[in-house]
Design a protein around this ligand. Sequence first.
Ligand SMILES: O=C(O)CCC(=O)C(=O)O
Length: 300
Amino acid sequence: MCDRNIRNIFTATAASLTAQRAALAKRDFQIIADISNVEELERDLQFHPADLAGSTLSSDQIASYNANGYVTGLGILDPTDVNDLRAYFDDLLQQYMNDGKDSYAISSAHLRHGRVYDLMKDARIVDVMADLLGEEVIGWGAHFFCKMPGDGKRVSWHQDASYWPLTPSRTATMWLAIDDADTENACMRLIPRSHLKGHLTYRMSEDDEDNVLNQTVDEAESYGDDPVDIELNAGQASVHSDLILHGSEANQSTRRRCGLTLRYCAAEVQAHMGWADKGMVVRGSDPDGHWTDQSRPLED
Ligand SMILES: O=C(O)CCC(=O)C(=O)O
């Protein structure tokens, strides 16, 4: 084959890859999937404890995750890195707002924004998730929960697994603080040990709840210990199980409260409703080919 033909093949392949990436970035994965479709699936919604022998988390931290459903106060990004990430997010948020979107609209961000894709693969994060999920890890979600001062939005008590067409429930979320988050600016709250209760009954939220999502578990406090406020400095993170009850109040302070939720699961998890296309391998492999293993988006 002559050089020109080889060059043409390379150019055509590169062009088709670029087109695929651009199409994916535009694909509209809804923040909240159609619940009637999710409920029809047979899912294993029981907590699967992590192996205590971690390489980054101590065995006490892993034991506490197993017992309580979360671990917190993890130092992930140093001040320089988190300031840099915040500056990037400020710009991104401005672009979304210019397009008429709100501060909760930046979802599936790892498929649209290369900076977030890189962060999902960052060893400082993946090491922690591998301790909790095993050595074959998929990253499949990245959603900024940015509470603007006085925006009135709360997140009602819910279990993440209840929203997701995934089984078994071996997903965990790292909540990475972009801004300092504390009780005053409506940090996330969790109900320790509620992850051990399986899938809980919920109702659809009322309009006047001003819920960012759309499910509410009533009498949440009855499913575990007293609620814990997850106060974090910017750059710190918590990790919570997909079955733990959590939420947050409205931000009545004058300070913004932004956290980036990074969602990971074990590669054994199967996705329905096209969600396999959200996944990228971040550690080990995906031996059963459950996930698409997306490549980096073109735009930062
Ligand atoms: O950031 C919040 O207030 C809530 C986050 C949340 O609900 C989640 O991680 O699923």
